[in-house]
Design a protein around this ligand. Structure first.
Ligand SMILES: [Zn+2]
Length: 75
């Protein structure tokens, strides 16, 4: 499980079950586990500090490169 954090303010955003070793480019909503802080406005997901994290693509969020960091283990 990965913990996704905002790259700007370091707030925890959500936990994500990442499968495979690739980069985190998309986050499938069905694998988002625990949501701490994330706000959705106009199809965009932002940290409460206003940093743009990703765009809503229906079943997944297309993540903005370098807007977030993560810790934890990929599966
Ligand atoms: Zn932030």
């Amino acid at each position: 499980m990965l913990t996704i954090k905002c790259a700007k303010c370091k707030k925890k955003l959500f936990k994500y079950q990442k499968i495979g070793k690739g980069k985190v480019l998309k986050c499938h909503k069905s694998r988002m586990n625990k949501v701490y802080h994330i706000e959705k406005r106009d199809e965009k997901y932002r940290c409460p500090c206003n940093n743009l994290i990703g765009k809503d693509k229906g079943s997944y969020i297309k993540m903005v490169d370098q807007s977030f960091t993560y810790s934890g283990r990929k599966e």
